[in-house]
Design a protein around this ligand. Sequence first.
Ligand code: NOJ
Length: 530
Amino acid sequence: MDEWWKKSTVYQIYPRSFMDSNGDGIGDIQGIIQKLDYLNGLGVDILWLSPVYDSPNDDNGYDIRDYYQIMTEFGTMADFDELLSEVHDRGMKLVMDLVVNHTSDEHQWFKNHPDFYIWRDKPTNWRSFFSGSVWEYQKERGQYFLHLFSKKQPDLNWDNPELRKTVYEMMRWWLDKGVDGFRMDVINMISKVSDMHDAPGGDGSHQFLNGPNVHRYLKEMNKEVLSKYDIVTVGETPGTTPKEARDYTAVKNQELNMIFTFEHMGLDQASGEKWDLKPLLLTDLKKNMEKWQHGLHDEGWNSLYWNNHDQPRIVSRFGEDTDWRVESAKMLATCLHFMQGTPYIYQGEELGMTNVHFDSIDDYKDIETLNMYKEKRQAGVPHDDIMQQIQVKSRDNARTPMQWSAEPNGGFTTGTPWLKTNPNYKKINALQHTDPNSVYQYYKKLIGYRKKMDIITHGDFELLYREDGEIFAYTRKWNDEQLTVYCNFSKNIKSAARPEGKLLIGNYTETNAGNDVLLRPYEAMVYYQQ
Ligand code: NOJ
C-alpha cells in the first residue's frame, strides 16, 4: 500500500492574502473556511497553511511570538479548531508550517531563555538572507546574536537539548489537536558548525546548511514526535542535492517524507544572488528535473512545485502571461504533474495568476524586497535597475490577494487590502472555475489522474529530445503501461514523433492529426498506452 501522501496533491494557502472575512484588509481563518468547498472541488487532498501563529509580522508570520496562539488578525483558536474540523469533514488534511530555526525576538524565550539562542562575542562576516549582517549586538548582554533572516528573527540553538525538548512538546501539542503534518521552514539550517568563521563573500552557508548535527536532530524529532502519528512531513531545504535529499527522505533513515529542492528555482539567476537575472535555458531545467526524478526514484520521494509564497508566479516566469497565459499555465501544470512525487499548488496558480507590476517601491511590502532596495540604493545602484529586478523576482508577486471575482479588490476584501490586488483581477479570477476550459478544471483533471493511475506514482522517468531548447518531453513507464508527455515551452510550432497510444489530456481543444504531432504554441499533450 502506498502512503496516502504519495497520491495526494497539496494546496498551499498564504492566509494573509487568501480571503478576508471581516473587511480589515487581511485574510483570515473564517475567510479560508468560506472557501473550503472551492478547494475541495479542485480535488486537492492536503492544505498547507503558511504560519497562523501569533507574530509581530516582521516577516509575515515567519517570525513567531507564541507557538500556542493564533495571530489576532487571523482569528482565534476557536476559529482554527473550526477550520480543522471543516477540513476533516470534507476528507481533506491540514498541514501546519513549523518555523523552528528561529523565533521572533518578541518571543518570551528571547528574554527568559537566552540559552535557547546563539550568541558570540565577535561577529563573522556572514550576510543575512534579508541583507546586512547576520549578527546583531545586544547591549545588556554585551554579545551578538545570530539571525540568518531579519534581526527580529533570532536563530534558535538546536545544540541545547532543553530547546529541542520544548520544540517537540509544542509539535506534539498540535498533532494531538489533530493536524496532519508539518512543512518545516528552512529545517536544514538548524545545525550550525561550532566554530563559525568568516566566509568568502560573506556567504556562510557551508557552515549552516545541512550542518553537522542536522540528521541527528531530525532522527531524534522523528523518534520523539513524528513516528507516533500518521502524518506527512516536508522539509524546506535550500542548497540540497539529490544525494542529501535521499539522506533526509529515505524510509530507512526515519527523518522526513520529502523535501523542497531549490535547484530548479535558481536556473534563471546568474549568480548566488536571486536578483541577478538571466533567462532560463530550457535544457537546464530539463536536465535538472531529470536528475531529481532519477535521484529519488528508488529511494526517497520528490515534492514537485513551481510556486510558493517566496517565488514569482510561474506563468510569468517560465510561461507567457499575456497572449498565451491560459495555454502556458496548463502546459506548465502538465509538465510537473505527470512526474513522480507529491505536487504542490500555490493559491492562485490554479487560476493562472500572474506577477504584479508596481511602479512605486512603496507598494511593495516584503521585508526581503525592501531591505535589498535600501541596501542597493545606498550602494548607488540606480532606482530603475532595482525596480526591474523587484518586478521580476519580488516575493510580493506571489503574495498579492487571491482574485476571487471582478468585484473591487478581486473580492478578496471589502476594505483596503494590506498589499494591493493585481489590477488584472477583472480578467483573471475564480469565477471562471466552473468553465470547463478553465485552468482550474484542467488542474482538477491532473489531480484526479494522480489518484487513479499508479504509473504516475511509480513509473520510471525518461527524458526525450534532451537537447531541444523548446520541447520538454518525457515518458513514464510502469509494467506494460506508458505515458508520453510533450510540452512546448515556446511560441514556435514544433514537430515531434506521434507517441503510441491514445491522447489522455491536452491543453488545446481541437485534436492534432497527422503522422507527426505538431506542437502549437505552449501546447501540452499526454498520450497513454496500455
Ligand atoms: C522560508 C520561508 O518560506 C520564507 O517566507 C521566510 O521568510 C524564511 N524561511 C524565514 O522564515
